[in-house]
Design a protein around this ligand. Structure first.
Ligand SMILES: Cc1ncc(COP(=O)(O)O)c(C=O)c1O
Length: 389
């Protein structure tokens, strides 16, 4: 039996992040909003494997229905990279968004308690709400730079907790558990009745330690999620995956039978090339993002206290606080209207005095974006001084 997600979209809360980006994304001239690395073209992918993506090879591709769990070659490529633990299999999906939907629909029943590391990407809390769960935020505290504190998790876990939902590295702050924190977190969940949902959208994008190991290597009751939308620079391909316990596969497939059935063989062909050449796509973007991260932190440090920026440990977004503002939404609107610069106001994550700034873009674009923010802040401050003086 599935939960009330099947009852229809009226159960789903709004997604303010998507509402903000929906039109502005296409209006922006300088995009420093994104949580993913900057994008690749089809030509760049084709160059990685002309034998699979050449014109003749593509002409011969047959548009058959795909298998319910995904194309074998793509699933094998994902498995070779993420290394699922015993008893777990890879299922490929339409972005990790579909995988998350399937997981919440399969696992949550009305009245279940769901612990969510908060602030959270909207799917991670909204799908729990839509399934009738009672949300228990695990607060990632802004005053600690959003660093996860496992005592705070202990305080919200109970014997009614059905799911623990985490996303490390974290969108939007870039906070992350380190390898020791990962072990402690998995131990905590293992000693509870809960299932862990591990959103690893940014697994490959870590700056201070190697990527965290796939959690199913150390925990049975876990589903993990990955995507080509963030580290691979291919959000428009709409390919993600989940690593699921074998025992849950038929339930996920049953829900998929009513939703998307399978992926396109063309999309899975392209995705297989991407995953088989993951390092060629990820490494250059990660190197650039690390330089850019340093630049964002220098820029914030030079603001004389106007911008307070926690160090992002992973991902490609910073989530600074604008100390003279209680809500930066107007500032974000002015950035787009006057400079064509797109950022994300923190209110979409429940943190109105902050702004999400994506730093995986070519350096000149980042500089243009940061300069526009500085200019607006300066104008704003001078205007206020005039007003009060
Ligand atoms: C934390 C997190 N999880 C999941 C997703 C969904 O991404 P996709 O469906 O493109 O894989 C996103 C996208 O922004 C995200 O930030």
């Amino acid at each position: 039996m599935t939960g009330p997600l099947g009852a229809g979209p009226q159960a789903l809360p709004a997604a303010p992040l998507e509402d903000w980006l929906r039109e502005r994304y296409f209006q922006a001239k300088t995009d420093i909003s994104s949580s993913g690395v900057h994008n690749y073209t089809f030509g760049e992918l084709r160059a990685l494997d002309p034998a699979l993506l050449g014109t003749r090879e593509l002409d011969e591709l047959m548009f058959r229905d795909g298998p319910s769990l995904g194309d074998e070659r793509l699933r094998a490529a994902v498995a070779a990279r993420v290394r699922p633990g015993p008893g777990h299999v890879v299922m490929t999906t339409h972005g990790s968004s579909e995988a998350l939907y399937l997981a919440f629909a399969a696992l949550v029943r009305p009245g279940d308690e769901v612990v969510v590391a908060t602030p959270a990407y909207h799917s991670l809390s909204g799908l729990a709400t839509a399934a009738g769960a009672s949300l228990r935020p695990w607060p990632l505290r802004p005053e600690n730079g959003f660093a996860p504190d496992l005592d705070d998790l202990r305080a919200v876990l109970s014997d009614r907790t059905r799911l623990v939902v985490v996303n490390f590295p974290h969108n939007p702050s870039g906070a992350c558990v380190d390898p020791r924190g990962r072990t402690e977190l998995l131990d905590l969940v293992a000693n509870s009745q809960a299932v862990l949902l591990w959103d690893g959208a940014f697994t490959d994008l870590v700056h201070d330690h190697p990527p965290l190991a796939e959690p199913s290597q150390d925990l049975d009751r876990v589903l993990s999620f990955g995507t080509l939308s963030k580290a691979y620079g291919l959000p428009g391909l709409r390919v993600g995956w989940c690593v699921v316990p074998q025992g849950l596969v038929s339930e996920l497939v049953r829900i998929r039978d009513y939703l998307t059935l399978s992926l396109s063989p063309l999309v899975e062909r392209v995705a297989a090339v991407a995953v088989e050449h993951a390092d060629a796509l990820i490494t250059p973007r990660l190197t650039e993002a690390r330089h850019n991260r340093r630049r964002v932190l220098e820029w914030a440090a030079a603001s004389e206290g106007a911008i307070d920026c926690p160090v992002p440990r992973g991902g490609v977004t910073a989530f600074p606080r604008f100390t003279a503002h209680t809500d930066v939404t107007d500032l974000c609107e002015r950035l787009l209207a006057r400079h064509g610069v797109l950022v994300v106001p923190g209110r979409v994550f429940g943190q109105a005095d902050r702004m999400r700034i994506g730093f995986s873009c070519p350096r000149p674009e980042l500089e243009r974006g940061l300069a526009a923010i500085s200019e607006e802040l300066g104008t704003h401050a001078r205007g206020r001084r005039r007003g009060t003086g």
